[in-house]
Design a protein around this ligand. Structure first.
Ligand SMILES: Cc1cc2nc3c(=O)[nH]c(=O)nc-3n(C[C@H](O)[C@H](O)[C@H](O)COP(=O)(O)O)c2cc1C
Length: 191
């Protein structure tokens, strides 16, 4: 049987070639422990046998939801391919060394923005944000911008991955992969 992670990687490579925009922009849905759901776009920076990686602010709304309910869903959609991939599973924080590594690869402007932003907190004005960015710019002028402890990565360990592709006459194809005790099984779903 084909490994769904390999199938994801193949599809993602095709999406990168075909997409006009960043193919890694993906919907991430999280929920509170009482089941209130929220969703937003994040960039999924990597996928491997362990799972799917994204980076964010650990004090953001999504991070608060993941702290109380460490489960999430991702939805990729690439209109140029007519394909959707849905991923569901448990989420864990990445080890700090991995977050450090990704932080170091980010452009300096993104680092300064990440440092200056209290993501998901009320912001009194746009000027306040610009002033905070200017503060951190001068604080770290000529120096490496360190990763703040409130910024880092998560790994979504998939339990379920579904590949949807557009078919003729609305006969879309849906291949579902489910993992139990480390083994993937495949089935098909009605569209
Ligand atoms: C194309 C695009 C890419 C984004 N990538 C990220 C990302 O990788 N990490 C992130 O924290 N927010 C990213 N955002 C912003 C989120 O959508 C969201 O506004 C932010 O994370 C706060 O969400 P929260 O309040 O639910 O935590 C992105 C937004 C867009 C439109």
């Amino acid at each position: 049987m084909i490994d769904p992670i390999e199938l994801f990687k193949d599809t993602f490579r095709r999406a990168e070639e075909a997409s006009r925009y960043d193919a890694s922009a993906t919907t991430l849905a999280t929920a509170t422990s009482s089941g209130e759901v929220s969703a937003r776009i994040v960039l999924v920076k990597r996928a491997d046998a362990e799972g799917f990686y994204f980076f964010t602010n650990y004090r953001s709304r999504k991070a608060r939801q993941l702290a109380e309910n460490p489960k999430a869903a991702l939805v990729f959609f690439w209109p140029e391919l007519g394909e959707q991939i849905r991923v569901e599973g448990a989420v864990q924080k990445l080890p700090t060394a991995e977050s450090d590594r990704y932080w170091a690869e980010r452009p300096r402007d993104s680092q300064l923005g990440g440092l200056a932003s209290e993501q998901s907190q009320p912001l009194e004005s746009r000027e306040r944000l610009l002033a905070r960015v200017a503060e951190v710019e001068s604080q770290f002028e000529g120096r490496t911008v360190p990763r703040p402890e409130y910024w880092g990565g998560y790994l979504l360990v998939p339990q379920r991955i579904e590949f949807w592709s557009n078919g003729d006459h609305r006969l879309h194809d849906r291949r579902l992969f489910k993992r139990r005790s480390g083994t993937w099984t495949e089935s098909r779903l009605y569209p």
